[in-house]
Write a protein that binds this ligand. Structure first.
Ligand code: NAD
Length: 373
C-alpha cells in the first residue's frame, strides 16, 4: 500500500527529472504518478502461451495500473528464462504444460490468461479453474458450444471467474457507437455489415491445422464479425445462413475454411451480412445502418487506432492500447465486481460459439439454421 509520504517522494523525484523527459518518458511519468495514487487491489496474472499475442499482452500489462504480470506457463524453457529476465518473474511462478496444476498451491497468482492455440483452451481452462484460479481465455473461447459450456460449468463449480479476451468491448470508439445506438440517437437499427479477414501466410502454422484451430478463418477472424454484429445491433440473432468459398484446397484442407459469407437475422427484423476470410488483405470494416443514422468503422477490430464516423461526424475518442485497457477493466471486473458495458464472461463467449456452430452447420447443409430451437 502506498503512503502519502511515499507518493510525495516519488513525485518529487519525477518532477526533478521533468525537463529531461522524452515523449515516452512523459508517458512513463504519467503512469508513475497514476500508480503512486493507486492503492487498490491488483490482479496478479500468469500468462499461458508465450507466443505472438501473449507477448503483446505482456507488454501491454506493463502499462496497467490494476494488473501485474507475475508468472508464466510455457513448454519452452528458453522463453521462460527470457521472460523471467524481461519481466522480473520469480522461478517459483514459472510452470510448464505438465506441472501447471500445482499453481493451486501458489498464493501469489490470482488468474491465468490462456493465449494458446484454440483447441487447447478448453482443457487448459478446466485445469486452471480446478486449481482455483480465475480464467481469462483468448477468443475463440473453445472449438464449439459444447466445449464452451463445459468450461462455464467447471468455472462455476470452482467458484472462479471466466472471462474471454474480447478487447473491442472496451474500445472507446466502439463504445461510443454502442452508446448512440442504445440511447436511440440512430433510431431503429436495420442492417450491419462486418468484413473481417487477412491473407494468411505460412501453410504449416497451427491456424491452418484443423486439430489445433478447430476450423479456419471463421474461428480466428470471422468471430469478430459474429461478435460485432451482436454488440453493434444490440440483439441476439434468431437465424443463420452461410456459404463457403474455397479457391486453394491445398492450403485450406478439409475442415479449414478459407472464406465464408454468412447472414444473421435478428428479432427486430434487422439483418447482418458478413464475410470471414483468410484470402483478402486488410479486410476490417463494420457498417451499421439505422433509420436516423449510421456508423462506419475502418479499421474496426484491428489493434488500432480504430477509425470511424457516424451521422454525427468523426469518432474522436482517444486511442489507448487495447490490451492495457482490457486488462485493467478485467481486473476491475474480477476484483471489484465491475459490470462491463458489453459482457465479457463465458456466457458471452458461448453465444458466439453457438452462432459459429450454426454457421458451419449452414455451410454443410445449405439450409437456414434456426437459432431459437
Ligand atoms: P502463436 O502461435 O503466436 O502463439 C501460440 C503459443 O502457444 C506459442 O507460444 C506456442 O509455443 C504455444 N503452444 C502451446 N502448445 C502448443 C501446441 N500444441 N501447438 C502449437 N503451439 C503451442 O499464436 P497467437 O497468435 O499468439 O494466438 C494464440 C491465441 O490468441 C489464439 O487463440 C488466438 O485466437 C488468440 N489471439 C487473439 C488476438 C486478439 O486480438 N484478441 C490476437 C491474436 C491471437
Amino acid at each position: 500500500m502506498n503512503t502519502r509520504r511515499n507518493f510525495l517522494q516519488k513525485l518529487t523525484g519525477t518532477l526533478i527529472a521533468l525537463p529531461l523527459l522524452s515523449k515516452d518518458g512523459f508517458a512513463n511519468m504519467e503512469k508513475h504518478i497514476r500508480d503512486s495514487f493507486y492503492d487498490g487491489p491488483v490482479l496478479r496474472v500468469a500468462i499461458m502461451g508465450l507466443g505472438s499475442y501473449g507477448s503483446r499482452v505482456a507488454e501491454a500489462i506493463q502499462s496497467c495500473t490494476k494488473v501485474k504480470l507475475v508468472g508464466v506457463i510455457s513448454g519452452t524453457p528458453a522463453k521462460i528464462t527470457a521472460w523471467q529476465t524481461k519481466y522480473n518473474i520469480p522461478g517459483k511462478n514459472c510452470y510448464n504444460y505438465e506441472n501447471f496444476d500445482a499453481i493451486k498451491d501458489n498464493p501469489d497468482i490470482d488468474a491465468v490468461y490462456i493465449i494458446t492455440p484454440n483447441a487447447l483452451h478448453k482443457d487448459q481452462a478446466i485445469r486452471v479453474a480446478k486449481a482455483g484460479k480465475h480464467v481469462i481465455c483468448e477468443k475463440p473461447m473453445a472449438l464449439n458450444a459444447k466445449e464452451g459450456k463445459a468450461m462455464i460449468d467447471t468455472c462455476k463449480k470452482a467458484n472462479v471467474k471466466l472471462l474471454v479476451g474480447y478487447r473491442m468491448h472496451f474500445e472507446p470508439k466502439t463504445l461510443e457507437v454502442i452508446r448512440m445506438r442504445k440511447e436511440g440517437e440512430m433510431g431503429k437499427v436495420l442492417f450491419f455489415q462486418g468484413l473481417c479477414g487477412f491473407r494468411i501466410g505460412d501453410p504449416t502454422q497451427w491456424r491452418l491445422n484443423k486439430a489445433l484451430a478447430g476450423g479456419g478463418s471463421m474461428m480466428d477472424i470471422g468471430i469478430y464479425a459474429v461478435n460485432g454484429s451482436r454488440y453493434m445491433i444490440g440483439e441476439e440473432p434468431v437465424w443463420v445462413t452461410a456459404q463457403e468459398t474455397k479457391t486453394d484446397a491445398e492450403k485450406f484442407k478439409e475442415g479449414v475454411d478459407e472464406t465464408i459469407q454468412f447472414q444473421l437475422g435478428f428479432p427486430s427484423g434487422a439483418v447482418a451480412s458478413c464475410l470471414s476470410t483468410y484470402m483478402m488483405n486488410g479486410l476490417d470494416r463494420f457498417y451499421l445502418n439505422a433509420e436516423k443514422g449510421f456508423a462506419e468503422m475502418q479499421p474496426s477490430t484491428g489493434y488500432g487506432p480504430i477509425k470511424g464516423k457516424t451521422n454525427k461526424g468523426e469518432l474522436m475518442q482517444e486511442h489507448k492500447t487495447h490490451q492495457t485497457v482490457q486488462m485493467d477493466e478485467m481486473a476491475a471486473i474480477i476484483l471489484e465486481g465491475k459490470q462491463p458495458v458489453v459482457p465479457i464472461d463465458g456466457e458471452e463467449g458461448l453465444r458466439d460459439l453457438k452462432i459459429i456452430d450454426a454457421i458451419y452447420a449452414a455451410v454443410k447443409s445449405g439450409k437456414k439454421i434456426d437459432l431459437l430451437h
